[in-house]
Design a protein around this ligand. Sequence first.
Ligand SMILES: Cc1ncc(COP(=O)(O)O)c(C=O)c1O
Length: 430
Amino acid sequence: MLKEYVSKTSKSKALYERAKKVLPAGVSYGIRYFEPYPFYTAKAKGSKLYDADGNEYIDFWLGHTALILGHSPPAVVDAVKRQLENGTHYGTSHEPEIKLAEQVVKMVSGAEMVRFANSGTEANMYATRLARAYTGRSKVAKFEGGWHGGYDALHVGVHYPFNIPESAGLTAGALQDTILLPFNDLEGVEEKLNDKKVASIVIEPVLGAGGGIPVEKEFLKGLREFCDEKEILLVFDEVITGFRLAPGGAQQYYGVVPDITVFGKILGGGFPIGAFCGCREIMERLDSLLHKRPYYSFHGGTFAANPITMTAGLATLKILEDGRLINKLNMLGDNIREQLREIFEANGVDVQVTGVGSIFNTHFTKEEVRDANAAFRADRNKLVDYNLKLIENGVFFLPTHTGALSTAHSEADVQKLVSETEKYAKLCGK
Ligand SMILES: Cc1ncc(COP(=O)(O)O)c(C=O)c1O
């Protein structure tokens, strides 16, 4: 197994041996490791990654789904080059941060004001604090299989079984105020929260790490009503769905507006970012001129609103703003899901292809996949096997992780995914 991968990645193997000595597991993020060792990327352009041995991979992982325009899109690169000449980091206020905030406010219904951070994790952390500050409540709720980054209070119930701590070092104190909810199950949510006062419910409109599983529209509407009734702030973690499902994100796509929205990934135009936004009344809790301790909610950071990131993000949003490219990608996503389903079905392999718009994943199971429980019950070894076979043949999904499309993907790229899947399905079906 993977003989071919091993035979053509000798430089990556050597890099892995070196990396293991100085980087735990040889990587900078645990999920980037896969068997027998990850390839090490030397270069990326458009829809392709090139590893240290010169192998080419069509990239459906896209830097954790961040690169909706593909790698190094010329318009973004040009804007960044101009900004580089004017400074890489100011640590003072500047116009690019205003421009990007204005652009977000223009595109996103739930955003009247914005604050920028450096990662989705950080933005979720500050959004949680803001919700607590605004409501004066301590408890927060999140969904089974929901991934919001490594912030203690939200690093709960991500992997099945959901009751095992996700990491060592999480204290009982950090976790005791977090309530875990069942996804796509309004009755279950009401049952869990009926007698509780919670500051916020945070939801990924499409479970990303949880399996590429979309929220059901009726459920999301019901959740909005439930939050209104109980005076709970509804937080959409749109780190994946933001500027991908629609120019205004999942809230536009589903027609349900949250109280706080968290962004990351695409908003940075290929550079590190996080952001959280909401209506003026909530966001002004971050204004220390208006709210003094202990009512003020802190946010900040050395690299917050880095001008390179702001410039790259603005160039990206300008390209996505009219929705034309996003609609095209969404249609392509529908088409790919359908084709993958048909291929596996024709070969007698039980598969559920999940996702919505340009986000998709495959689960080897007969069972309908409506939540992360079902995704984890599927045959994950088979999914790893499928993903590794694709990698061996030059198509990259980070094993088990949700894939995405970019405007850089060509018809030939998609055709290659389809034909390699066909080969795999034939092998499986035997
Ligand atoms: C939905 C969602 N929220 C938050 C995060 C955390 O973002 P970051 O990795 O930038 O900290 C991620 C990352 O994958 C994510 O998918």
